[in-house]
Ligand binder design. Structure first.
Ligand code: SF4
Length: 398
């Protein structure tokens, strides 16, 4: 439908080295032909634009990998192309993820000139020993300098920290978080370290070379985080994301509120008119796709209404505002997306808030999100109302 909002995700798949905790689609290569990548991303973008005409672009997000390793002129080319394929909203948010080493910080002025208006900086820690453990290529002092440079060039700056590292404790994390809150940014992403399968950390844990923090200690740090950020006026609007009012990531809100987004670049996911799109993960395969078919898509499948509603539930419950369960059910032609008697039980046990329509997690519920989801999801196909179909969804904008 003309004018419907759309978010655009652009994936840059390269990093200078692979961090041991990382399960993102990131690759290390000796050399990168930036011109070839400019053309490839522009082709992939043009393909999505042809299939999503007339939309209003509300955000662009350059993620990775390490998109601050892109030539700023490529970032500019993508922004120019995207805003000519689609009408840009007046307050379009254009975010780029950056690593805080000096080479990349040297590009911030050019990235701002290219049109990026929000920077998300991967500081991860203020402690050199922790940065070494995390395999980061920057030092704490480089991180602080990069943040200052970023704040000079971008109106909106966010940074990431990882906590609940092996050996972490409340005193240490309180000191780090206190410092983070004093640095003058209006958005913070605070992630607990998780050991993801297939990562170097997972191998180290299996060999007994790394001892993850106990779950109870992690929960204590999460509660401390909630208390300190609320006190500072940066309450979590999503499980791991904190912002001053109005400074939330509009792009990520589109995901969590289950809006449409185009995803281009290696491994990028998108959702177009109820169809899930997945790009080739490996950069070389992605480029072959571009050469052979003009886009990098490896998989394109209509989402069944139950599947889409489940995704909307899983994404939406991450938000402090929660979900309008009745509206989601109606949108996907389902009788209900949750098991209401179980919702009521979890309201009684203090894990959920609900007015019979909207559902949101309480602080206690946020600690056991997966358990809550497992309890309340009503994904039995018998919940579907006759007449709804994936084909109908595919022809309707989300
Ligand atoms: S810089 Fe980011 S994307 Fe790259 S390997 Fe490290 S965590 Fe993964």
């Amino acid at each position: 439908m003309t004018g419907e909002p759309l978010a655009l995700y652009v994936h840059w798949p390269f990093c200078v080295s692979k961090c041991p905790y990382c399960d993102f689609n990131s690759h290390v290569r000796d050399s990168i032909d930036q011109e070839q990548w400019r053309e490839a991303l522009l082709s992939d973008l043009a393909h999505e634009a042809r299939l999503l005409p007339g939309r209003t672009l509300t955000s662009i997000f350059f993620g990775g990998g390490t998109p601050s390793l892109m030539e700023p002129s490529i970032v500019e080319s993508v922004i120019v192309a995207a805003t000519s394929h689609w009408r840009a909203a007046g307050d379009i948010e254009i975010t780029l993820e950056a690593n805080p080493n000096s080479v990349e910080a040297g590009r911030f002025a050019d990235l701002a000139a290219a049109g990026v208006n929000r920077l998300s900086l991967g500081l991860q820690s203020f402690d050199d020993e922790a940065l070494r453990l995390l395999g980061r290529a920057h030092s704490a002092s480089e991180g602080f300098r990069a943040l200052q440079t970023a704040q000079k060039h971008f109106r909106r700056v966010s940074f990431d920290l990882i906590y609940a590292l092996p050996g972490d404790n409340e005193e240490r994390w309180a000191a780090t978080l206190g410092q983070a809150l004093s640095l003058g940014t209006s958005h913070l992403s605070l992630y607990q370290l998780t050991i993801e399968p297939g990562t170097r950390f997972a191998t180290m844990v299996a060999k007994g070379e790394l001892q993850p923090l106990a779950a109870e200690a992690g929960a204590g740090l999460y509660e401390l985080t909630a208390a300190m950020t609320s006190e500072a006026g940066m309450t979590a609007y999503e499980i791991s994301n904190h912002a001053r009012r109005g400074q939330e990531s509009r792009h990520n809100l589109t995901y969590w509120r289950y809006g449409d987004y185009a995803g281009v670049g290696p491994g990028a996911h998108g959702r177009r008119h109820g169809v899930r799109t997945v790009r080739h993960r490996k950069p070389e395969n992605f480029l072959s796709g571009i050469t052979g078919q003009g886009h990098g898509i490896v998989e394109e499948a209509p989402l069944a209404p139950e599947e889409a509603a489940d995704e909307a539930l899983v994404m939406g419950l991450r938000l402090r505002e929660g979900i309008d369960a009745a509206a989601i059910a109606e949108r996907f032609g389902l009788a209900s997306i949750v098991d209401w008697p179980r919702v009521e039980r979890l309201v009684e046990s203090g894990h959920l808030r609900s007015d019979g329509k909207r559902i949101a997690l309480t602080a206690a519920g946020r600690l056991v999100l997966d358990h809550v989801l497992g309890e309340i999801a009503a994904l039995d196909p018998s919940y579907a109302v006759a007449g709804s179909s994936a084909a109908r969804l595919a022809s309707e904008p989300a």
